[in-house]
Write a protein that binds this ligand. Structure first.
Ligand SMILES: [Zn+2]
Length: 451
């Protein structure tokens, strides 16, 4: 009697277990786009009765292409124990499988070993609408001549055959994003580029683009690099300079330092300089897709040039070399607290006390071109404010690492400091920027037959 009761109870327990209603779990990323051979990784699991089968397929125009159809061993079956979790990686060769570009449904069906659904098991089904795109984008270079000087700027104009979330120009290891919005055709992009002061002959440049599906392409263009040698300069760091300047900076030096002020100077000149640059990089990452500027850039009026762009500076203290840095702007000295005009029209990006640069203003002129004003006394503008060429943005002073009253003026193409001299020269602007844009405008407007 007891044995029968035990048997019934056991069977009940067994049945209860076999009839569990918990569905298998599926995780991972099914992309919304599929290119030629994309890897898809899924994790499937079933805690209670384990995984029975996994079926993955692509359905398109009523046709099903099976990518995977796996059956897992049941408990007690030859070939192993119940599988409770599995990692599945597939890399379907879309072209070989005969799947066309266009819309499709990505189908995943996982079943467990439950006796539900008439012994077929609980099932989890995922049907995700995806887009198959195996065609790489095409790049047509529209601008023709690209002459760049070491430390100088340039412009590349190109057209893409379809929208590409990532596109731009590589100059050595530096990426300059392309931006549309200047031409009415949204697939025509402008990329302002730069050779940094260290990039001379042999720097590789190309346009790259990758579409939503991750298909990517590169295109070369004609360019000519003019190498340039920059000046060298020696800066004597005096005790009176350190006494005057260092209290402004809050950096720690070792308590047992024999010359805390010099140590502080070196830390500021290296670490603070680097941190300040990181701030500039983040502030210049995005730029408005409007060409705010026109004509040559204004220079601080009646100012004598002090230090030049990319001067290589050797810092001496009591006759000994203590540091080396490069000066990536132009120093202009006028009268004390001279009014500083905005070099050209644009939108103020920041007005900040920025370490070695002191009080600084950064203006976005659009499409990645920026001007920066440093060692200022006070600000006349606020972040976000639109300014016109020659509007007074503030006054010169000695804030930051400056010994005498002057303006440290710099220009940038996104993250790269460029030589302002080019932007003060109307002929350079015409030859390298505006004529190029006009040429592309004319080519786009012209009927195809005359091109
Ligand atoms: Zn300077």
């Amino acid at each position: 009697m007891l044995a029968v009761l035990c048997g019934v109870l056991f069977f009940g327990w067994f049945l209860w277990g076999k009839l569990e209603g918990e569905k298998p779990a599926v995780s991972g990323n099914i992309p919304s786009y599929l290119n030629t051979s994309q890897e898809i990784a899924l994790h499937v699991s079933d805690v209670k009765t384990g995984i029975r089968s996994v079926r993955i397929a692509i359905e398109q125009n009523g046709k099903e292409t099976v990518l995977k159809d796996d059956h897992y061993p049941l408990a007690g079956e030859p070939g192993g124990a119940v599988v409770h979790a599995a990692d599945i990686t597939i890399k379907p060769d879309i072209k070989k499988l005969g799947i066309d570009d266009g819309k499709a449904v990505f189908h995943v069906e996982v079943r467990d070993n439950s006796w539900r659904e008439w012994f077929h098991g609980n099932k989890t089904v995922i049907d995700r609408e995806i887009k198959i795109d195996t065609k790489p984008p095409a790049i047509t270079v529209l601008s023709r001549v690209h002459n760049l000087t070491q430390g100088g700027a340039g412009l590349v104009i190109y057209k893409l055959s379809k929208p590409c979330p990532v596109n731009g120009v590589m100059v050595g290891d530096q990426f300059y994003p392309g931006q549309s919005g200047y031409f009415s055709d949204p697939n025509v992009y402008l990329a302002f580029i730069a050779l940094n002061y260290r990039q001379g002959h042999g720097t590789e440049m190309y346009i790259k683009a990758s579409d939503d599906a991750g298909n990517s392409v590169r295109a070369g263009f004609f360019y000519h690099i003019k190498a340039r040698v920059f000046k060298s300069d020696t800066i004597n760091v005096s005790d009176s300079f350190l006494n005057m300047k260092m209290p402004e900076f809050q950096v720690d030096v070792p308590p047992n330092s024999p010359n805390p002020l010099l140590d502080k100077f070196l830390k500021v000149n290296r670490d603070v300089r680097e941190a300040n640059y990181r701030r500039i990089v983040s502030a210049t990452a995005a730029s408005d897709d409007k060409m705010y500027w026109s004509g040559q850039f204004a220079r601080l009026p009646d100012a004598a040039p002090r230090a030049g762009f990319a001067d290589h500076r050797t810092y001496m203290y009591k006759g000994k070399e203590v540091d080396q840095e490069d000066h990536l702007g132009v120093d202009l000295a006028s009268v004390q607290h001279a009014p500083i005009p905005a070099a050209n029209s644009g939108r103020v990006v920041f007005t900040e006390m920025l370490g070695i640069y002191g009080n600084s203003v950064l203006i976005d002129h659009g499409f990645g071109l920026f001007s920066m004003y440093s060692h200022m006394n006070s600000f006349n503008v606020k972040p976000g404010q639109m300014v016109s060429k020659n509007d007074i943005v503030g006054y010169t002073d000695t804030t930051g690492m400056a010994a005498g009253d002057h303006l440290h003026y710099s220009m940038l193409i996104h993250q790269t400091f460029v030589n302002p001299i080019e932007w003060w020269d109307p002929k350079w602007i015409k030859d390298n920027i505006t004529d190029k844009i006009d040429e592309v405008k004319a080519a786009i407007a012209a009927p195809a037959a005359t091109k």
